[in-house]
Write a protein that binds this ligand. Structure first.
Ligand SMILES: [Zn+2]
Length: 150
C-alpha cells in the first residue's frame, strides 16, 4: 500500500523513498538531509514491513552463507550490521520477524548518528525519528519506540 494511503495523506504531502530493505545508502542519506534542510521535513519514519525479502536475503547470507548477485549483495551488506543480535537458533520465520524490526532500528540508528541530526537534537530543534513495521497480515502499522540519541 502506498505510504500516502497508509498515513491518510495526499499525494505530494510526504517525501517518500521506497527502498528494498529500507537501507541507508549515501544517496538515501543525502535525500534525507535535503528533505530536512530544504523542504522542512521534521518527522522521519523508517517503515519496514513484514516478510521483507531484502531482510530475508541478508539473513540467508548471514546464517546459510547464501550468495547473491553482486548488486543485491551490496544491499545485503548494508542490512547485515543490523542483524548482529538475531539469535541463530530461532526458526526462519522468527528470524525474519526479529530481523525486520532490527533492520528498522539499524536504519534509525544510522540516521540519528549523523552530525546534522545530532546537532538538531542538541539544539532541541523540531525533529523526530520513529520506526515502524507495516504488518501485511493486518494492514496495520506497528510503531516501535522512538530513538532520540545516537
Ligand atoms: Zn522489503
Amino acid at each position: 500500500m502506498p505510504p500516502e494511503l497508509l498515513f491518510d495523506q495526499s499525494f505530494g504531502d510526504l517525501f517518500v523513498m521506497r527502498l528494498a530493505g529500507n537501507i541507508i545508502s549515501a544517496g538515501v542519506a543525502g535525500s534525507i538531509q535535503y528533505s530536512y534542510q530544504h523542504l522542512g521535513v521534521s518527522l522521519l519514519v523508517v517503515l519496514g514491513h513484514e516478510g521483507c525479502g531484502a531482510v530475508k536475503a541478508a539473513l540467508a547470507a548471514r546464517f546459510q552463507r547464501a550468495t547473491h548477485p553482486e548488486r543485491i549483495q551490496k544491499l545485503v551488506e548494508l542490512i547485515d550490521p543490523g542483524l548482529e543480535q538475531i539469535d541463530p537458533n530461532l526458526s526462519a520465520a522468527e528470524q525474519l520477524e526479529a530481523g525486520v524490526e532490527a533492520n528498522v532500528r539499524w536504519s534509525m540508528h544510522q540516521v540519528v548518528r549523523t552530525p546534522e541530526v545530532q546537532q538538531a537534537l542538541r539544539d532541541a530543534r523540531n525533529i523526530l525519528i520513529v520506526g515502524a513495521v507495516y504488518e501485511l497480515s493486518t494492514g496495520k502499522v506497528r510503531w516501535l519506540d522512538s530513538e532520540r540519541k545516537g
